[in-house]
Design a protein around this ligand. Structure first.
Ligand SMILES: Nc1ncnc2c1ncn2[C@@H]1O[C@H](COP(=O)(O)OP(=O)(O)OP(=O)(O)O)[C@@H](O)[C@H]1O
Length: 269
């Protein structure tokens, strides 16, 4: 069997030195190349911390993170990232923000001068896909929060990353836009098959989009259970109204409630 594309082994993360907050402890998980996994868990259990370790933004206090056979030792260039609070650069237009990874990540950086026309067409096509046609020349502050979030998703996708790390990318969107973007993401995944890790509080989103949902314990977080999602793709929104789908969502909700209760019991005097 091929080695997993992403391998997290015995990872712990403590912020702020020995007396600091233990965010993760004994966290292990494997993700196969081209797999789409969702990570869910109680608030504050360390989901964003996990994303930071995988993308090399922080080193773990203990354990190892391996991506594509190499231990992560710094910011990872093969990853595309999108977070709940879009961090678009205010002095760049939307199109220039979306094109930013092409100026940074090889081989695109090398090829940008020669291929600028086709790169720009690709960026414009992504913006069209998420409903931002006509806003390419605007600046982030001229767009609503939800529109900025859509632009940030385009920026995460523009360099066709092999690993896509998404931390609540649809969190601030209204339900209709969110569901539209689920299908945009599904289409991109079907077309390019990147390995995706999606952190979300929305259990319906987790089940609709992923092959496997990983459930984290309360802080210090670790993976305590997983649920495979059996539905073939492309999935359509009608699926979310089916009894079997809703049963999976309820099962996940119960597991997270149990994890939260376990913590409340251990906090009791
Ligand atoms: N930079 C930091 N410095 C100190 N503590 C931090 C830092 N970032 C996160 N923490 C702490 O680590 C723990 C886990 O935080 P993290 O943001 O990873 O959780 P989360 O599961 O993503 O939370 P949420 O579901 O609320 O988004 C929390 O107790 C948080 O306060």
């Amino acid at each position: 069997m091929a080695a997993p594309f992403l391998q997290i082994d015995g990872v712990a993360m403590r912020y702020g030195g020995v007396e600091g907050t233990l965010a993760l402890s004994g966290t292990s998980l494997d993700v196969a190349e081209g797999e789409f996994v969702a990570v869910v868990g109680p608030s504050g259990c360390g989901k964003s911390t996990l994303m930071r370790l995988v993308t090399g933004l922080w080193p773990p206090t203990e354990g190892t993170v391996i991506v594509d056979g190499r231990e992560v030792a710094g910011p990872l260039s093969i990853a595309g990232m999108a977070f709940q609070n879009p961090t678009l650069l205010p002095w760049r237009s939307i199109l220039d923000n979306v094109m930013l990874p092409l100026e940074v990540v090889q081989p695109h950086r090398r090829e940008l001068r020669a291929k600028r026309g086709s790169y720009e067409r690709h960026a414009r096509a992504l913006l069209r896909l998420v409903g931002l046609e006509g806003f390419e020349a605007k600046f982030p502050w001229q767009l609503s929060g939800g529109m900025q979030q859509r632009a940030s998703l385009c920026r995460a996708l523009v360099h066709d990353p092999r690993l896509l790390m998404l931390d609540e990318p649809f969190g601030a969107l209204d339900v209709f836009t969110r569901e539209d973007l689920w299908d945009v993401l599904q289409d991109v995944w079907l077309a390019k098959k990147p390995t995706v890790v999606l952190v979300t509080h929305d259990l319906k989103e987790a089940v609709y989009l992923s092959d496997r949902v990983l459930i984290m314990s309360a802080r210090p977080g670790r993976i305590i259970a997983e649920r495979r999602v059996p539905y073939p793709r492309p999935r359509r929104l009608d699926l979310t109204y089916e009894a079997g789908f809703q049963a999976i969502v309820h099962e996940l909700r119960d597991r997270i409630s149990d994890a939260r209760r376990a913590v409340e019991a251990s906090d009791a005097p």
